[in-house]
Design a protein around this ligand. Structure first.
Ligand SMILES: CC(C)(COP(=O)(O)OP(=O)(O)OC[C@H]1O[C@@H](n2cnc3c(N)ncnc32)[C@H](O)[C@@H]1OP(=O)(O)O)[C@@H](O)C(=O)NCCC(=O)NCCS
Length: 333
């Protein structure tokens, strides 16, 4: 093996569907209030995909923006990874549908499921493949149509989620790169895996009249358990990545947390005594968009000129699995 290659982020993009559902709109659907939702989560509105707009469509839009930002042609992408918990179908892989939409032929395509941590999970997977010298430009897309598995009769979950997608192009080519991937750290806590799930539709509970009647095709969550696990898991993994890179939280200019709940973010900020101003927040207008959320915040920060050359960015995610992941990125431009 030769020297370890450096991994760069060459292009960034995201996509949010047009339709907006506000907390006021939700008041007409379930017994809830704008005040309850804002005070418990920080969410004010979320984007909702059209009936005929699927995870692959949002993924394609985010991918096109990332490819344009990378200043390359779609044919220069030589591997596609799509992350989601709401793939278009059980198979074929949504990555293959995106490949077709992008008009690319032959490059390997795969789906990766790691809940809301999948974007950072795929960065590590893609970095490993790039290190091996297999590919030049790997397209990572995280896209979810969570509203397709939202139980609109369950007020404890339906107020939390929205639809959207984000994408990055990773490469070993330094020329024109926007950022460098410094380190990633991934974890999972399978012992708590049933705290957040969609029980129906897999081989354990194939679709039947019974699974529909029992509402097993909708997302189910033990909110309190997930909340506690998220704060604990994110705190622990951040501490460990800081330690192994010998940096302090004060060395980080921007934190990009999974956009699930403002109170979770506040708890993490408090653990490390970090000012909330260092956290990029979009959840008030996106809700929890699952795998894509951290990339949507990344693209938002990038397009709004939040990052300066030499800044250190810390991604921190938590989600179904229960998975937990973090990445350190250095902004270059
Ligand atoms: C879901 C969550 C916001 C609920 O907040 P909470 O403070 O734990 O609220 P609780 O579940 O204790 O419910 C408190 C009360 O509000 C009620 N309530 C729940 N949802 C409500 C809603 N949308 N509107 C109004 N009241 C609601 C409950 O019925 C309960 O009423 P009760 O005390 O009469 O029984 C919180 O647990 C959470 O954010 N969990 C993590 C979720 C998450 O981020 N998941 C994704 C990870 S990828």
């Amino acid at each position: 093996m030769g020297a370890k290659k450096e991994i760069f982020i060459r292009g960034i993009g995201s996509y949010l569907p047009k339709r907006i559902l506000t907390n006021k709109d939700l008041e007409a659907i379930v017994e809830t209030s704008d005040e309850w939702i804002v005070s418990r989560t920080g969410i004010r509105e979320r984007h909702i995909a059209a009936d005929d707009e699927f995870t692959s469509d949002m993924a394609t839009q985010a991918a096109l923006r990332a490819i344009e930002d990378a200043k390359i042609q779609p044919r220069e992408i030589d591997c596609i990874i799509v992350c989601s918990v709401t793939f278009d179908m059980a198979f074929p892989a949504t990555a293959c549908i995106v490949q077709k939409n992008l008009g690319i032929s032959e490059c390997p395509c795969m789906d990766l499921e790691a809940g809301c941590s999948a974007f950072v999970y795929s960065m590590e997977v893609a970095a490993g493949l790039l290190q091996l010298g297999c590919y030049k430009n790997i397209l990572i897309i995280a896209s979810d149509k969570l509203t397709s598995i939202t139980d609109w009769e369950d007020r404890t979950t339906c107020v939390l989620f929205g639809d959207g997608a984000s994408a990055v192009v990773l490469t070993t080519e330094a020329y024109g790169a926007r950022a460098m991937l410094v380190d990633t750290l991934l974890r999972a806590y399978g012992k708590d895996c049933y705290s957040l799930m969609q029980p129906g539709g897999g081989c354990r509970h194939p679709a039947s009249a019974e699974t529909v009647e029992k509402r097993m095709h909708y997302l189910r969550m033990n909110g309190r358990e997930v909340f506690k696990s998220a704060v604990r898991g994110m705190g622990a993994i951040l501490k460990d990545i800081f330690l192994r890179n010998q940096i302090e939280p004060t060395d980080v200019q921007h934190f990009l947390p999974h956009q699930a709940n403002m109170r979770i973010i506040e708890a993490v900020a408090e653990t490390f005594q970090i000012s909330l101003e260092k956290f990029l927040i979009v959840l008030h207008r996106t809700g929890n968009t699952s795998a894509g959320s951290v990339g949507i915040a990344f693209d938002d920060g990038y397009r709004n000129g939040r990052f300066a050359a030499g800044d250190t960015l810390s991604f921190i995610t938590f989600g179904g699995g229960m998975t937990c992941a973090t990445a350190l990125v250095r902004w270059l431009l």
